[in-house]
Design a protein around this ligand. Structure first.
Ligand code: AMP
Length: 291
């Protein structure tokens, strides 16, 4: 594995690989790698000749008072797990390398950025879209692997890539979970033992909603209420949102049915102590639902 800290060196390495005809798979991360990140690396390695991963805790996507300084970091551990999972080039730029001067250019994706995470964290997705646009400009044409765990982020990135004709194919990969259903996340490290024990409540709530839809419930309100009750029963969890949405526009739906061949998605976020947890699940909508 080759570690690269500068933009110029990254461009050189990737240009040389492309000249030899190699396809590039790119996994952007903020580090503190866990099995969820590594599943993206493994998928990229199985589909591309060269795997590029980046580790950059992007200040632009943290709001004032959020956990930028506290965000967990373990570069030595990340190097080892990245190499073991199949990363060929690890890009670890400093903030000064990525942003030599304060950025004057920001990418904003209207609509899909505005609800849910965008409502709770108003500057978050502009920070994500801006850094991902920059990373794609550095990577050049590639397949880029993102986790469905951050479902709205995937929708934002897809829309940006489409609107700006960026030559990158976005690949969304399934969420990797702990045995009790909790979606793996670098931020799970913030949870104390009692909070960790409470944390699977979000996935439990989403699973209740998913089962109701599978069994034919067609009113999104009913599903929303049932999911909310699950979270309300956990004293350590404070609900942010639980919704039934169209998986592309991320608009809440009324009647549950298959929209243009895509089943609805269940999205949720809860706060446990100071930690916000996100999760989502796909659904299988019975053929007769909503008719
Ligand atoms: P992060 O380091 O949190 O910015 O995440 C980097 C990438 O890993 C993003 O595309 C995330 O969606 C993805 N990711 C994070 N957690 C998981 C997980 N549990 N399963 C699959 N992908 C994940």
């Amino acid at each position: 594995m080759r570690e690269v800290a500068s933009v110029a060196e990254l461009r050189d390495v990737l240009e040389a690989a492309r000249r030899e005809g190699s396809t590039i798979g790119f996994v952007p991360t903020m580090g503190y790698l866990h099995a969820g990140h590594l599943s993206l690396v493994e998928r990229a390695a199985s589909e591309c000749d060269l795997v590029l991963a980046s580790i950059f805790v992007n200040p632009l996507q943290f709001g004032i008072g959020e956990d930028l300084d506290a965000y967990p970091r373990d570069l030595a551990g990340d190097r080892e797990s990245a190499e073991r999972a199949g990363v060929d080039v690890l890009f670890v730029p400093s903030t000064a390398e990525m942003y030599p001067e304060p950025v004057a250019t920001t990418v904003t994706v209207a609509g899909v950025s505005e609800r849910f995470e965008g409502a709770s964290r108003p500057t978050h997705f502009a920070g994500v879209a801006t850094v991902v646009a920059k990373l794609f400009s550095l990577s050049g044409p590639c397949r880029a692997y993102f986790g469905e765990k951050d479902f709205q982020q995937v929708a934002v990135v897809r829309r940006m890539v489409s609107d700006l004709s960026i030559p990158v194919e976005v690949v969304a990969c399934p969420t990797v979970r702990e045995d009790d259903g909790l979606a793996m996340s670098s931020r799970n490290a913030y949870l104390d033992p009692a909070q960790r024990a409470a944390a699977p409540v979000l996935h439990r709530a989403l699973s209740v909603g998913e089962q109701m839809i599978r069994e034919g419930v067609t009113h999104a309100d009913e599903v929303r209420v049932a999911m909310t009750e699950v979270v309300a029963a956990e004293p350590l969890a404070e609900l942010d949102y639980l919704e039934v949405v169209d998986p592309v526009a991320l608009e809440p739906v009324g009647p549950i049915r298959v929209l243009a061949d895509r089943p609805v998605r269940l999205l949720g976020a809860v706060r446990i102590g100071a930690t916000r947890l996100l999760d989502n699940v796909g659904t299988v909508v019975p053929a007769e639902a909503g008719r």
